[in-house]
Design a protein around this ligand. Structure first.
Ligand SMILES: Cc1ncc(COP(=O)(O)O)c(C=O)c1O
Length: 373
């Protein structure tokens, strides 16, 4: 009986591997009997949310008996004021994850293709698989820079969406303005180019390609951002997208009426208004990067230059073993194998004392593992 029902499940769903998130602190405490665990695994903002956002959220809690504003009018107005993009060209989602899913549902038919960089964020693949479309993964170059020429060459008649992630998760590398310009001038106009800029606010390099500049110049790009990283609201789930009105109108048809909750909406408006928190987060991130880069450098490991709030480096050994050993020390990182870069570790940049704890634990586990050999 239940087999008969299962026979009706769309076959492509069986190919979907569940997303493997950074290990939660509570799991690691339980598994290893630890009381103090440091998580540097999900590229979260270690400063915590802005005080202004916290106050706005607490203020709104008394109203959660009401439905949220399905049109997110105040939030879109605030995003519009900040970006210079009209509110009609903004769509919000329950995290960027939601927006990736909605966009996939809107444009992908069975047998279509998407082109993605590799390694990159796994949810692009999820969206394609959900719609029974094929993911064509184009490797980054050996220094983890984009191979935009190869991405262009990967476009076929079946390509409907092409994703660019800049700064790219998990490598931290980014796309330069001139390179994106040349790329967009050559990509066929029937292909929807999505620029995932989840880490946009952390960028310090002046030649970084800002997706919204291209949108303003008339290019048909979708620019995706999130409140989960710099704005420190990952737990509330809120992503947004800038795009051409007709493209967003199509995507909007797949959206649930109340896909962004009330607390996320008010928290985000207040967070956007807290420049000091953003500035403090950016400064902390650059200092943390230098600390990790310096500390790992002193141990003989070279980090890949990053524009995000995380970094990767070649451990020159089994990263899964290192990852497990670090867990036992109470430090959660991400194993490169799980991210498509075997041998590497990805470490989110934390508070000064969290970075220090990682460096100390890393030095210890590397020498313990070396003694075992
Ligand atoms: C590149 C990239 N895009 C999107 C997301 C998802 O963001 P959200 O929390 O808004 O769903 C992440 C989260 O790690 C990410 O790294």
């Amino acid at each position: 009986m239940s087999q008969e029902i299962l026979n009706n499940v769309r076959k492509n769903l069986f190919e979907i591997k569940p997303y493997s998130p950074g290990k939660p602190i509570s799991d690691v405490k339980r598994e290893f009997g630890l009381t103090d665990v440091t998580k540097l695994a999900s590229n979260e903002n270690p400063l915590g949310p802005s005080k202004k956002a916290q106050a706005a959220i607490l203020d709104a809690v008394a109203n959660v008996n009401r439905y949220p504003d399905g049109g997110a009018v105040s939030l879109k107005e605030a995003l519009s004021a900040k970006s210079g993009i009209p509110a009609g060209q903004i769509l919000v989602g329950n995290g960027s994850d939601d927006l990736i899913k909605l966009t996939s549902e809107t444009f992908l038919h069975p047998g279509d293709e998407i082109v993605v960089p590799s390694p990159s964020f796994s949810q692009y693949w999820f969206g394609a698989q959900l719609m029974d479309a094929k993911t064509v993964a184009v490797p980054l170059k050996s220094d983890f820079e984009y191979d935009l020429e190869a991405m262009l060459n990967a476009v076929t008649d079946k390509t409907k969406i092409l994703y660019l992630c800049s700064p790219n998760n998990p490598t931290g590398t980014y796309i330069r303005e001139a390179d994106l310009q040349a790329f967009l001038d050559r990509v066929p106009s029937r292909v929807l180019v999505i620029l995932d800029e989840a880490y946009n606010e952390y960028v310090t390099e002046g030649d970084y390609a800002q997706g919204i500049d291209f949108l303003k110049r008339g290019y048909n790009v979708l620019v995706m951002r999130t409140f989960s990283k710099m704005y420190a609201l990952a737990g509330l789930r809120l992503g947004y997208m800038f795009g051409r009105p007709e493209v967003l109108d199509a995507i909007n048809r797949t959206r649930e009426p109340f896909n962004v909750n009330m607390l996320a909406q008010v928290g985000a408006v207040a967070a956007l208004d807290d420049e000091e928190h953003v500035e403090a987060s950016r400064t902390l991130n650059r200092a943390g990067y230098e600390q990790l880069q310096g500390g790992l450098g002193a141990l003989g490991y070279e980090t890949v230059p990053t524009q995000g709030n995380f970094l990767i480096f070649d451990t020159r050994q089994d990263d899964k073993e290192l990852f497990d050993a670090l867990l036992r020390e109470g430090v959660i990182t991400r194993s490169g194998t799980a991210l498509g870069i075997p041998g590497y570790l990805r470490v989110s940049i934390g508070l000064q004392e969290e970075n220090e704890r990682f460096l100390t634990a890393f030095e210890k586990v590397v020498s313990t593992l070396a003694q075992k050999v």
